[in-house]
Design a protein. Structure first.
Length: 256
């Protein structure tokens, strides 16, 4: 997948890109739901667009690896490669996934620092956790997992069929370097607007689990619990949906 990259280059690209993703993505949630913010109450569509832009900027930062930023994307593409009989460097895959989780943790911490005063001014424990991780509007673990799986299926199916993420994209033309990830950004907005209502659409295990850990360990005033009972849903659902979406996309494009 990344034959011409060192382990250090893979780690740095995925780490920095995922940190940017979580800083901007967590930031738009904080701006929307915490008090004393200019964007307070601007609504879910505002959050959808904020996350889309967050993904766009994260992919640009992680241009060397193609900007996976998501274990479900990485493992989905690995599954597609294995079924197609392509070789996979599993050491690179592990480094990329570790970087995604580490970057997501850092991005969540930076979001908390940026909104530290707003966290302190809020007495809403659910809103504080909501900046870091997702939660269902109606708690039914099985159906919440199905929702997450379908959303991530769409993400990988479109990525694979449209060729939106690969590795080492051409960035010598600065216009193409900025516009090429735009398709992923609008895809994220569309998934959120269409499928994000029931669960808040994590569609990314690193995006949800690492910030949830940050919520648990940071000294956030009056934060409450981290809802560990739900924490497996935005991990398992995206991983299942991501692999199935990548394989279905591979069939569409005749990869195997």
């Amino acid at each position: 997948m990344w034959a011409d990259l060192t382990m250090g280059q893979i780690f740095l690209a995925e780490f920095a890109g995922t940190a940017m993703l979580l800083l901007l993505g967590g930031g738009v949630v904080a701006n929307n739901i915490l008090p004393k913010n200019k964007g307070n109450g601007t609504g879910f569509l505002h959050v959808n667009f904020g996350w889309g832009i967050a993904v766009w900027m994260g992919v640009i930062v992680a241009f060397k690896t193609g900007g996976h930023l998501n274990p479900a994307v990485t493992l989905g593409l690995v599954a597609k490669m294995l079924v197609a009989g392509e070789s996979v460097n599993f050491a690179q895959i592990m480094v990329a996934i570790l970087a995604q989780f580490a970057g997501a943790f850092l991005g969540a911490v930076l979001t908390w620092l940026a909104y530290r005063k707003q966290f302190d001014l809020s007495d809403n424990q659910g809103a504080k956790l909501g900046v870091f991780s997702t939660g269902p509007e109606d708690r039914d673990y099985f159906w919440n997992m199905i929702t997450e799986a379908i959303g991530t299926f769409v993400l990988l199916f479109v990525i694979v069929t449209a060729g939106l993420i690969g590795g080492n994209p051409e960035v010598s033309n600065p216009v193409l370097g900025w516009l090429a990830p735009m398709g992923v950004a609008f895809l994220i907005v569309g998934i959120g607007a269409s499928l994000g209502g029931p669960t808040g659409y994590a569609i990314n295990p690193a995006r949800d689990l690492a910030p949830r850990i940050a919520h648990a360990v940071l000294p956030i005033k009056g934060k409450g619990g981290s809802d560990w009972g739900y924490s497996w849903v935005p991990v398992v659902g995206p991983l299942v949906g991501g692999v199935l979406g990548a394989l279905a996309g591979g069939l569409m494009v005749g990869a195997f």
